[in-house]
Design a binder for this molecule. Structure first.
Ligand code: FRU
Length: 534
């Protein structure tokens, strides 16, 4: 049977049509969540950028509003680019965003709600002083690399701080500005942080995390139980890296912990497609929430044909892992209210070389959570010390390459007969000094018979010791997107896929084990209802 829009999602955020990119200025005001985002009102490719706007009471169902911020004054006449919201003491939200001026320079502007009694914050007023920050001869800022202000934070000296992404040559950095009144901003002599050879830092984010548990912190919070996170989206590779470190607010110095770097060896929120992300503090539930843009992996021609491009990831709660060495992410609990029919997978042994269909759920729109248990580690392959790039390792040892322990995992958006499938799986290797190394892969190479898509395989090492912990995997499947959370949220991989056969009711879901050793599986799967989105 024919499906009209096979790739439109059922519960991911997207507008009815056209291009979207970065999430902007997420906030909660009077109990209502706001999401703004980069949007082209005129087509399915990037351009004519305005801040589109939707609101929600549950982060699941969304109501669209008119564009909140659009070109209207010289300081943003050529585009309203990314930015962030700050909730001022007393509860009033303001937005700092990048405008493109008539000379196509990147400058920073301020807008505030026209009417604070409107919980939907539908109209925004720009201050006449705009732009508040601009490149000049004196400040040496590169006018085409000066964008994406963060949420501002307040110091004990009553001055606000904000950072803005930039680069000089190939050194990426976060320019720091300070202000007493949010209107007059003075550039600090030194950037908050920089890193060589990383190129332009887009959409920086800087926020505190608690070393005690999962609660989020207000962006201005600091103290002995607090560490800080600095994230940059690297324009060169379209990858995001974050570091965890210590922020000295008196000296305005951020020092990443040892081993924490913004490069291949560094940490990523998501090892698949996930970019230009931004967090905000949800004061109603004391949690920090991460929003990220998931771009298409299809051709521009296909995007134009289908009339849209880009979705937002399911918002994720984000907190510091017990180790203090990485962050942990989990889809906000609200998404679980979309669960309807569930099936429990009876605890069973998945024999080496076997495939087991998960029946009873709508496999094209589902939430699956599986746990794998290994009892015998003898057959684990030995990890070659040169295998340091998990993405490369996953593409060389793809889902069809038999191993000792693994590959085992899920075949999602799979066609009957497995002409098409996306494989999300684990492989366990034996590293040095008897430590086991867990590799997580998302293999898109067989995801579609259409050859025009980017089918890059993604991979990540997972910091879990399989000797002492069970390996869990949760995947949110939604027609053309698969978001996978491994090890209770310690590693995430998001992929876009465009099956030609495994569409709607013709999509299937399997658990598989192509290793030689057996693994025990338990778990559940749910069909997810379609959310009311825009
Ligand atoms: C990131 C980005 C930002 C910029 C915006 C423009 O995807 O390039 O740096 O502000 O998108 O739409």
């Amino acid at each position: 049977h024919q499906v009209k829009e096979p790739y439109r999602t059922g519960y991911h955020f997207q507008p009815p049509k056209n291009w979207i990119n970065d999430p902007n200025g997420p906030l909660i005001y009077k109990g209502i969540y706001h999401l703004f985002y980069q949007y082209n009102p005129k087509g399915a490719v990037w351009g004519n950028i305005v801040w589109a706007h939707s609101t929600s009471t549950d982060l699941v169902n969304w109501t669209p509003h008119d564009a909140a911020i659009y070109p209207s004054q010289p300081s943003d006449i050529n585009g309203c680019w990314s930015g962030s919201a700050t909730i001022l003491p007393g509860g009033k939200p303001v937005i700092l965003y990048t405008g493109i001026n008539p000379q196509n320079q990147q400058v920073q502007n301020l807008a505030y709600p026209k009417n604070l009694s409107d919980p939907y914050l539908r109209e925004w007023t720009k201050v006449p002083q705009n732009p508040l920050m601009a490149p000049t001869q004196a400040n040496q800022i590169n006018a085409s690399s000066f964008r994406d202000p963060t949420t501002a934070w307040l110091g004990p000296d009553k001055r606000w701080r904000v950072i803005i992404g930039s680069k000089r040559d190939q050194t990426g950095f976060a320019i720091l500005y300070r202000s007493k009144d949010f209107l007059n901003w003075v550039k600090a002599k030194h950037p908050l942080h920089s890193a060589k050879k990383t190129g332009m830092w887009e959409c920086p984010d800087f926020y505190p995390v608690s070393i005690k548990g999962q609660n989020g912190l207000h962006t201005s919070e600091n103290g002995p139980d607090v560490k800080h996170v600095l994230k940059a989206s690297l324009d060169n590779t379209k990858r995001e890296y974050y570091t965890i470190g210590t922020y000295n607010i008196h000296k305005d110095i951020y020092i990443p912990d040892k081993g924490s770097v913004e490069s291949d060896a560094g940490l990523r929120y998501d090892y698949g497609k996930f970019y230009a992300s931004k967090t905000f503090f949800d004061s109603s539930k004391n949690r920090r929430i991460l929003w990220g843009w998931i771009n298409e992996s299809s051709s521009v021609e296909d995007d134009i044909k289908k009339g849209w491009s880009g979705i937002q990831a399911i918002p994720r709660k984000i907190w510091l892992d017990k180790s203090g060495k990485q962050l942990v992410q989990w889809p906000v609990a609200e998404i679980e209210k979309l669960r309807e029919k569930g099936v429990k997978l009876p605890s069973s042994v998945l024999k080496g070389g076997s495939v087991h269909e998960v029946l009873g759920v709508t496999a094209a729109q589902a939430d699956v959570a599986i746990t794998f248990e290994i009892s015998d580690f003898k057959k684990a392959e030995v990890l070659d010390p040169s295998w340091t790039d998990p993405q490369l390792l996953c593409s060389q040892k793809n889902a069809s390459v038999k191993g000792g322990l693994g590959p085992f995992g899920l075949l999602v958006l799979a066609s009957k007969g497995l002409k098409e499938y996306t494989a999300v799986f684990y492989r366990i290797f034996k590293g040095h000094n008897n430590k086991y190394v867990v590799l997580l892969c998302s293999d898109q190479s067989r995801s579609s018979l259409n050859q025009d898509n980017d089918k890059t395989t993604y991979g990540a090492f997972l910091k879990v010791d399989p000797l002492h912990e069970k390996l869990s995997l949760r995947s949110l499947i939604d027609h053309s997107v698969v978001e996978s959370f491994a090890g209770q949220g310690k590693a995430c991989i998001t992929a876009r896929v465009y099956p030609t056969l495994a569409i709607d009711v013709d999509a299937h879901l399997y658990a598989f084990n192509y290793g030689t050793d057996d693994v025990k599986i338990t778990g559940s799967a749910w069909s997810l209802k379609t959310a009311e989105i825009n």
